[in-house]
Design a protein around this ligand. Structure first.
Ligand code: NAG
Length: 295
């Protein structure tokens, strides 16, 4: 995840630890960058709101609270040129989100399609960039409507030559309180399970429960981990421990697809934590490793 500059949130005097997106687009250890977050679904003018911490503090589109971050369009394109998928993540820990009905969720899917993906809108925060998909990090609101949302995004993208991806980032408690129904009902391309901030099932506990996440299926499950001690209240493990856990999961579970880290600013500050994890996975037989795969 990129956008929230979680390192500076943890250490307020450490300015600028989140680098420009374009810097990370050069990093061949990274396959997917979810931009965090759309933190309000129905803001002023009925238009969603994004928050990218100190990475975009520009003007908003008239009549809305949606930031114009079109200066990021070049970085997004350079990521995509380098084979890195860039998605928009909805939700996060501090958000005003949720639907009251399936039809409201379908309408919102059309908005997301028009504002970030293959549709058209006067309020496209990333300018000419067309993102590669949408991520659901739903931690508040209600469980209503997320399956309908996913169905509508799939329908809107069905005729497109470009491939769009839908991911989810549930908490590790199974089933997830907000996304459990959607995860059991519709297909997601990637599932980034948050094994941090959840002592009941965290990576640092004996209750770590990767094996409850569709163990025998082709659903692509990622181990979601805190990229440093300061990235989460609980769940952080050292790079060598996560490297062992991940390479073991890679050998054991057909569903294992990779590792998600919260967040990029912390991974870089923590001695390039992500590079060590990638090395641990590459040290194993890599033939079953498909970072991206549809269900
Ligand atoms: C903010 O606006 C300035 C001036 O128009 C522009 O140069 C910059 O790229 C914008 N930043 C983002 C993140 O869009």
């Amino acid at each position: 995840y990129w956008g929230q500059n979680s390192y500076s949130a943890a250490f307020p005097n450490a300015e600028g630890s989140q680098q420009d997106l374009g810097i990370y687009c050069q990093d061949s250890n990274v396959n997917i960058i979810p931009i965090a977050f759309v933190n309000e679904f129905f803001g002023r003018g009925g238009v969603p709101v994004i928050n990218l911490a100190d990475s975009c503090q520009n003007a908003t589109f008239p009549g809305t609270d949606l930031l114009d971050c079109s200066g990021l369009s070049g970085a997004i394109s350079s990521c995509q040129d380098n084979g890195i998928l860039v998605t928009i993540s909805l939700g996060g820990a501090d958000s005003t989100i949720g639907f009251s009905s399936n039809s409201e969720a379908e309408t919102f899917a059309e908005t997301i399609w028009n504002v970030f993906l293959g549709g058209e809108s006067d309020t496209r925060p990333f300018g000419s960039a067309i993102l590669d998909g949408v991520d659901l990090d739903i931690e508040q609101g209600s469980p209503v409507g997320y399956a309908a949302f996913v169905d509508r995004i799939r329908a809107l993208s069905a005729d497109s030559a470009k491939r769009y991806y839908i991911s989810a980032a549930p908490q590790c408690q199974f089933p997830d309180a907000y996304l459990g129904h959607a995860l059991n009902t519709v297909a997601f391309d990637m599932i980034y399970v948050q094994f941090y901030n959840n002592p009941e099932c965290g990576l640092d506990t004996s209750n770590w429960n990767f094996n409850t996440w569709y163990p025998e299926s082709n659903v692509k499950i990622y181990i979601g981990a805190a990229a440093s001690e300061s990235a989460a209240g609980s769940g952080y493990v050292s790079a060598s421990i996560l490297g062992d856990i991940a390479s073991n999961a890679q050998r054991t579970f057909p569903s294992f697809a990779g590792v998600m880290l919260w967040d990029m600013s912390q991974a870089y500050q923590n001695e390039h934590y992500h590079v060590k994890i990638k090395k641990a996975l590459n040290a194993d037989d890599n033939s079953t490793m498909e970072p991206i795969c549809s269900v």
